[in-house]
Design a protein around this ligand. Structure first.
Ligand code: PBG
Length: 325
C-alpha cells in the first residue's frame, strides 16, 4: 500500500533497473534467416527487405563467418530455386547436389559450430508455389509428407543439425522423425513450425524467393489467425510426434499465442519475427517515424518476455552488433 510501496523505487536509475530486469536478450537467443541463390559472387538486394540480400553460396558462407564472430549460433536457410527445376512433386528438394544441400555442406565445412536449420517445405520447388503437392486444385497431405521425409533425410545427409518443417501438413513431424531414425540420423533435431498462421506478414519473404502461391492461398494448411486454442493443439501434437523445438509464427502480432504455447509445452519455443514485421520497421524508420534501433531492441525483448526461448529474426545481425557493444 502507498506510501509503504512506491513502485518507482525500482526504476530510479539504470543500475537498479538492470538489477531487477526480468528479461534480457543476447546473440545466443537469435537465429538468422538467410536466402541463398545459384551462382558465384551473387548478391541481390531484396527490395521489400532493405539491408538484406539473396546471396550465392560463397558469399553466404562469408556472411555466416561474420554472424559466428558476432555470437550468432544458428541460421535458417531458404533457397531460390531456378524455375526450370520446379515441378509439382518438388523433386529437386531432395537432390543430393541441390542448392540447399550444397549450401548446408558449405556452411558446415566453413563454420562447423554453426547450427544449420534448412527449411523443409515444397513451395520454393513447386510450380504452384504451394507447400504441398497439388492434385485437382487441392494440396494433398500424405503424398506431401512422403516428399518432406525424403527432403529431410537429404538435408541430414548433407550435414544439417536440425530440419525445420514449415509446411503445416499433418503428421509430418512423426514421419520425419521416423525417417531420420531409420537413416541413422539420431542426433538430427526437428524444429517444427507448429503454430504457423496463414498471414499476410509473409509478403516480402515470398518476393525474396519468388514463391507466392500461383493460385488460391495457404488457408487449408496454415492456421486461421482468429484461433488460439488450435495453436496449443498443434504444438502438443508436434511434441508428441517428436519435435525438439516448436515454433510460433509470425511474432509480434501473435505474442498471446507464444505465451499460451510456452505454458503448454516442455520443449523450447522458437518465435519467427517474419519478413513483413521487418519491412514495417524498416519502412517507418526510413521515413523517420520510428527510431529503428530502439524499436528493434524493444520488440526482441517483448518476444522473449512473451515466452520465446529462441527468436528467428532478420534483425539478428544488427541486434547482435548493438548488444555486443
Ligand atoms: C515457406 C515459408 C514461408 C515463410 C517461411 N517459410 C512463407 C509462406 O509460408 O508462404 C515466411 C517467413 C517470412 O515471412 O519471413 N514454407
Amino acid at each position: 500500500m502507498f506510501p509503504i510501496h512506491r513502485n518507482r523505487r525500482l526504476r530510479t536509475n539504470e543500475s537498479i533497473r538492470s538489477l531487477v530486469r526480468e528479461t534480457t536478450i543476447s546473440p545466443n537467443d537469435f537465429m538468422f534467416p538467410m536466402f541463398v541463390a545459384e551462382g558465384k559472387g551473387v548478391e541481390v538486394p531484396l527490395g521489400s527487405m532493405p539491408g538484406l540480400f539473396r546471396r550465392s553460396i560463397d558469399l553466404t558462407v562469408k556472411e555466416v563467418k561474420e554472424l559466428w564472430s558476432l555470437g550468432i549460433k544458428a541460421v535458417n536457410i531458404y533457397v531460390k530455386v531456378d524455375d526450370k527445376l520446379k515441378d509439382n512433386a518438388g523433386k529437386e528438394a531432395w537432390n543430393k547436389d541441390g542448392l540447399m544441400q550444397q549450401t548446408i555442406r558449405a556452411i558446415k565445412d566453413a563454420v562447423p559450430g554453426m547450427i544449420v536449420m534448412p527449411d523443409v517445405a515444397l513451395d520454393p520447388y513447386s510450380i504452384y508455389g504451394h507447400d504441398g503437392i497439388v492434385e485437382n486444385g487441392l494440396i494433398v497431405n500424405d503424398a506431401t509428407v512422403d516428399a518432406l521425409t525424403l527432403m529431410s533425410v537429404s538435408h541430414a545427409d548433407a550435414g544439417a543439425d536440425f530440419v525445420a518443417p514449415s509446411d503445416m501438413m499433418d503428421g509430418r513431424v512423426h514421419a520425419i522423425r521416423k525417417a531420420l531414425e531409420e537413416s541413422g540420423h539420431h542426433d538430427v533435431g526437428i524444429m517444427s513450425y507448429s503454430a504457423k498462421y496463414a498471414s499476410s506478414f509473409y509478403g516480402p519473404f515470398r518476393d525474396a524467393l519468388d514463391s507466392a502461391p500461383g493460385f488460391g492461398d495457404k488457408k487449408t494448411y496454415q492456421m486461421d489467425y482468429a484461433n488460439r486454442i488450435e495453436a496449443i493443439k498443434e504444438a502438443l501434437h508436434d511434441v508428441e510426434e517428436g519435435a525438439d523445438i516448436v515454433m510460433v509464427k509470425p511474432g509480434m502480432a501473435y505474442l498471446d499465442i507464444v505465451r499460451e504455447v510456452k505454458n503448454a509445452v516442455n520443449v523450447p519455443v522458437a518465435v519467427y519475427q517474419v519478413s513483413g514485421e521487418y519491412a514495417m520497421v524498416k519502412a517507418a524508420a526510413e521515413r523517420g517515424w520510428l527510431d529503428h534501433d530502439k524499436i528493434m531492441i524493444e520488440q526482441l525483448h517483448c518476444i522473449k518476455r512473451a515466452g520465446a526461448d529462441i527468436i528467428s529474426t532478420y534483425f539478428a545481425k544488427e541486434a547482435a552488433i548493438i548488444l555486443n557493444r
